[in-house]
Design a protein around this ligand. Structure first.
Ligand code: CP
Length: 305
């Protein structure tokens, strides 16, 4: 079934039918790639990756996804090496890149830049993160991971921990989980970094209950603990970042003996100690790997395959 959108800028656009189609296709593709198989589904197609803000996972998994589907990738590597540096607008960049590529993925530090890009892009456009705004493909791979790890999405207790104010992944994932039923949320953050009203009012509208606390222990009895990094790059006052950067540290001693699935969009910078990695609860590297089949599914569906 075709997706309900041409461009993906926000998880608020996604319907349950869209997410079902993406998750089903990702599982199918994973079945092929896990056995070492490849595909030529997108042979002759070109993906342009435009990353004007740092990335390892999103960029490389988009590029791996396109290559594994038999397509090709062109890239603009960093703000200072693109014509944005000379003052070209995001809109003109899209108009141009859409002449060279069949589909575009862009990360940009400004919230709203993805909507501006999508408004003029002549080819399908995917938001790969727009500042503190949205990161919809991360949310899709998070959803895929939750279902694989827990066998279901409906009815789970989900904890989100850390920088809930600036963390775009927790915003996107909360909106996406609004498509499911009987979920409950525990938001763990210091008072300076609590979940924004745009998310809490959305959950109230959806009648999905949530509690807010600054105690990490509250997350350990949930089904999923989604840890986040304190987003240094978003703080206007660096001394505030320094004060808050070590507010939560998840250690093996805390996780051992619990049934919680530990997720993190990565990179981590100390908020999960490396002794957690060996525990079966630690799903974050499996989560990162899931980025490839999920982005393969999205590229294929947006290109009509
Ligand atoms: N999770 C994520 O977006 O990672 P990168 O910043 O490395 O792309």
């Amino acid at each position: 079934m075709p997706l309900s959108f041409k461009h993906l800028t926000s998880t608020k656009q996604l319907t349950r039918a869209d997410t079902d189609a993406i998750l089903v296709k990702a599982a199918e593709i994973e079945g092929v790639t896990a056995k070492g198989g490849s595909s030529d589904l997108l042979a002759g197609k070109i993906l342009a990756t435009l990353f004007y803000e740092a990335s390892t996972r999103t960029r490389l998994s988009f590029e791996a996804a396109m290559l594994r589907l038999g397509g090709q990738v062109i890239t603009a590597d960093g703000f200072q090496f693109s014509s944005l540096y000379k003052g070209e607008s995001v809109e003109d960049t899209m108009r141009m890149v859409g002449q060279y590529a069949d589909i575009i993925a862009m990360r940009h530090p400004e919230q709203g830049s993805a909507d501006r890009a999508a408004a003029v892009s002549p080819v399908p456009f995917i938001n790969a993160g727009d500042g503190p705004g949205q990161h919809p493909t991360q949310a899709l791979l998070d959803l895929f991971t939750i279902r694989k790890e827990r066998g279901t999405i409906d009815g789970l207790k989900i904890a989100m921990v850390g920088d809930l104010r600036y963390g775009r992944t927790v915003h996107s994932l909360s909106f996406l989980l609004g498509l499911y039923t009987n979920l409950s949320f525990t938001f763990v953050a210091p008072k300076e970094l609590t979940m924004p009203e745009k998310v809490t009012s959305f959950l109230l509208e959806k009648k999905l209950p949530f509690t807010q606390t600054d105690k990490l222990e509250a997350a350990l009895s949930c089904d999923v603990l989604y840890m986040t990094r304190i987003q240094e790059e978003r703080f206007a006052d660096h001394s505030e970042y320094e004060r808050l950067k070590n507010v939560y540290t998840l250690t093996a001693d805390l996780v051992k003996g619990t049934k919680v699935t530990v997720m993190h969009p990565l990179p981590r910078v100390g908020e999960i100690t490396t002794d957690v990695d060996a525990l079966p609860n630690a799903a974050y590297f499996r989560q990162a790997r899931n980025g490839v089949p999920v982005r393969m599914a999205l590229l294929a569906l947006l290109l009509g395959f």
